[in-house]
Design a protein. Structure first.
Length: 284
C-alpha cells in the first residue's frame, strides 16, 4: 500500500475529514446550544428586571451556565484537533489491509499532473469553502444581530431617545462577530496553495489534510459567529426595550451580551488552532 502515498483502507486519505468534522461539530453545536440558552435566559431576565431590577445579578446564573456549555465544546474541539497526524503523506505504512491494485492506481495518478491521494486536485476547494463559510455564516449572524437589536433600539427610542446611544452597544457587538469571520477567512485563504508548473506538469502544493483542517476551521468559526449573532440580536432587542422602562437594567444587559459575544470568540480560537495545524507536504 506504500505505493499510493502510504494510504490504505485502514487509514484512507479522507480520514482527517471525519476527525475535523467531529471537532467542528462539537464547537458549532455546543455554541448553538449555548446561544439559545443565553438568548432565552437573557430575554427572561430583561422581562423580570423591569419590575425587580435588584434581582438581575442573581438571575444571571442561567446565562453563565449556558456560556459554560460553549466552553465544553471548545475543550472537546481542541482535544480532537491535537490527535491529528502531523504528516498525512506518510500514513499507516504497515496497514493490515492491502489494496492489490495499488500500483495501477499510482500509475494513473502520477500521469495526471502529479496529483495523488494525499494531494488531490479538489483539495483547495475544501480550503476555500472553509474560508467562504466562515465569512458567510459569521456575517449572517452579525446581520441578524444588527437587525434584531436595531429594531429594538428603534422601538425604545420613541419613548426614550436619550438612551439610544447607550443602546447601540448590541449593534457594535454584532458587528464584531462579522470581523471574527473576516479574520478566519483571510487566514485560511493565505494558507491555500495553488499548483505549480514544474517540468511541464502541474505539481500540487496543498494536501487533503490541509483542506480538511481549513474546512473545519471555517465551519467552526462560522457557525459560532452565527450562534453569537443570534443571541446578541435577541438579547439586544428585548434588553433595549426593557431598558427604556428600567434604567438599572443596563449593566445586566451588557453582561448578558458579553457572554453571547464570547461564543463567537470561542469559535475564533478553535478556528485559529485548526488553521495552524501541521498539514504535511505533498509527495514528490
Amino acid at each position: 500500500m506504500s505505493a499510493v502515498d502510504g494510504f490504505s483502507l485502514a487509514c484512507p486519505a479522507s480520514a482527517p475529514f471525519f476527525g475535523y468534522f467531529g471537532a467542528a461539530s462539537a464547537m458549532a453545536l455546543a455554541n448553538l446550544g449555548a446561544a439559545y440558552g443565553t438568548a432565552k435566559a437573557g430575554a427572561g431576565i430583561s422581562g423580570m428586571g423591569v419590575s425587580s431590577p435588584h434581582l438581575v445579578m442573581k438571575a444571571l446564573i442561567p446565562v453563565v451556565m449556558a456560556g459554560v456549555v460553549g466552553i465544553y465544546g471548545l475543550i472537546i474541539a481542541v482535544i480532537i484537533s491535537t490527535k491529528g497526524l502531523p504528516h498525512p503523506d506518510v500514513c499507516c505504512l504497515s496497514s493490515i489491509i492491502e489494496i492489490r491494485a495499488a500500483s495501477v492506481v499510482q500509475s494513473i495518478m502520477s500521469a495526471v499532473d502529479g496529483f495523488s491521494l494525499a494531494c488531490p486536485a479538489s483539495a483547495p476547494f475544501f480550503g476555500y469553502f472553509g474560508a467562504a463559510s466562515a465569512m458567510a455564516l459569521a456575517n449572517l449572524g452579525a446581520a441578524y444581530g444588527t437587525a434584531k437589536a436595531g429594531a429594538g433600539i428603534s422601538g425604545m427610542g420613541v419613548s426614550s431617545p436619550h438612551l439610544v446611544m447607550k443602546a447601540l452597544i448590541p449593534v457594535v457587538m454584532a458587528g464584531v462577530v462579522g470581523i471574527y469571520g473576516l479574520i478566519i477567512a483571510v487566514i485560511i485563504s493565505t494558507k491555500v496553495s495553488s499548483p505549480r508548473l514544474v517540468d511541464g506538469s502541474m505539481k500540487p502544493q496543498y494536501t487533503l489534510f490541509g483542506g480538511a483542517a481549513h474546512l473545519a476551521s471555517g465551519m467552526a468559526g462560522g457557525f459560532s459567529g452565527l450562534a453569537a449573532g443570534i443571541a446578541i440580536g435577541i438579547v439586544g432587542d428585548v434588553g433595549t426595550r426593557a431598558l427604556a422602562q428600567q434604567g438599572k437594567l443596563f449593566v445586566g444587559m451588557i453582561l448578558i451580551l458579553i457572554f453571547a459575544e464570547a461564543l463567537g470568540l470561542y469559535g475564533l480560537i478553535v478556528a485559529l488552532i485548526f488553521s495552524a495545524s501541521t498539514t504535511g507536504n505533498c509527495p514528490e
